[in-house]
Design a binder for this molecule. Sequence first.
Ligand SMILES: NC(=O)C1=CN([C@@H]2O[C@H](COP(=O)(O)OP(=O)(O)OC[C@H]3O[C@@H](n4cnc5c(N)ncnc54)[C@H](OP(=O)(O)O)[C@@H]3O)[C@@H](O)[C@H]2O)C=CC1
Ligand SMILES: N[C@@H](CC=O)C(=O)O
Ligand code: NA
Length: 428
Amino acid sequence: MGVKLGILGLGTVGTGTVQLLQNSGFRHPLLQLVEISRVGVRSLDKPRAVTLPQTVLTTDLEAIVTLPEVDIVVEVMGGLEPARSLILKAIQNGKHVVTANKAVISRFGDEIFTAANQAGVYVMLEAAVGGGIPVIQPLKQSLSVNQIHTITGIINGTTNYILSRMQTEGSNFSDVLADAQQLGYAEADPTADVDGLDAADKIAILASLAFGGRIRLEEVYCEGIRQVSKTDIAYAEKLGFVIKLLAIGKRISSSGAISITVQPTLVPKAHPLASINGVNNAILVEGEPIGQVMFFGPGAGAGPTASAVSSDILNLVAALQTGTSVPNPLLTCGHQDYCQIVPMAELITRFYTRFLTKDQPGVIGKLGTCFGNHAVSLESIVQTGFQGELAEIVVVTHDVREGDFRQALTEIRTFAELESIPSLLRVL
Ligand SMILES: NC(=O)C1=CN([C@@H]2O[C@H](COP(=O)(O)OP(=O)(O)OC[C@H]3O[C@@H](n4cnc5c(N)ncnc54)[C@H](OP(=O)(O)O)[C@@H]3O)[C@@H](O)[C@H]2O)C=CC1
Ligand SMILES: N[C@@H](CC=O)C(=O)O
Ligand code: NA
């Protein structure tokens, strides 16, 4: 029995998926059962890189998600609306759904998975995080026997490309961003990438799977990379670190609560994530008893993302072939409860801070004393040089409570010797 697809979108990912499905030789034989019934687009006049029968291409996306012959709706159109409404309508009409849309899932996952569970259909999302890297299904299946305590990802290719080039060339953020836009890595409006919002969507999805609870996107603490300077990259290098935009979900063992953050972070050069450069993505999962396992590969692009979308389609074809009416719990998302999120003040981490101060005797001692009074233990405090008349002092702390560290900074800001605190970054 053939399985009919209704595909919403024929852009980068939709085209890659159609190409893969139209060339199914030497792939899993079940893919040969797939038939493309309809493909929904905005414009029928646009030139396309794939050839489809005229009756297949349509601008009526509502008709696709309600068409009785369609078994699986593949949503690769992007954006929040009408993508969300079309996914919900597909579910109401008994269709299984495959989506690459992290923005919709991270905001409306609760509504979508509740509807899917009620309707007894699957919503699959391998392409939504890490593009072609298999990470969603491994978290749902092979790794779910572990007690996962930390998931750390470089999950935005654009920012990793920008930071990698700033590191190797000593360039400024704004110059490399312009290049990334010209090369097509960053969008014309790069906000979602450079401000960390795309990574926040993705870590919300990963943490939900790793820790077995729903996550409210607004509870993900999110900083982007606009404020990362070439000066900090150079100091980090001297101290034995590289700067990466890390998305981190961590379970606090004492309470079971989760911290969930996206922040530019100093990563020790020996750490497995330090060597992930360019547009690549990597996700490090740590748990018991597995220890560390890292997924690495292309986080975007037509071919890699089509691989992820098609793997979801394959899983659904297999489920439809076996024909059991009981949903396979290793394919569904059955979380009912929300994870409890740790307030940022309670986070335990290391920090890097750069101060500009008047060049006077005793300043370093005064900073050290203030940190000590607030229970902030320092790993190093060094005067790295001068900026004009001002002394530049770089501090790296041991693991400290973020609330204590912030209180120390509030007191330091009142010091007459202080000119400014140009940077404050997390250290892994
Ligand atoms: N690009 C990538 O590498 C990756 C993308 N993703 C996700 O995949 C999804 C798709 O991305 P991508 O392929 O890059 O997007 P594109 O912008 O390249 O393609 C979008 C497609 O959807 C169609 N479309 C969009 N809105 C509508 C609408 N309102 N009505 C009808 N058709 C519409 C467009 O039609 P038309 O062609 O007529 O304009 C186009 O074919 C997004 O959710 C994205 O986040 C995930 C991982 C990687
Ligand atoms: N904009 C994203 C690509 C898709 O997820 C990135 O830069 O990683
Ligand atoms: Na993936």
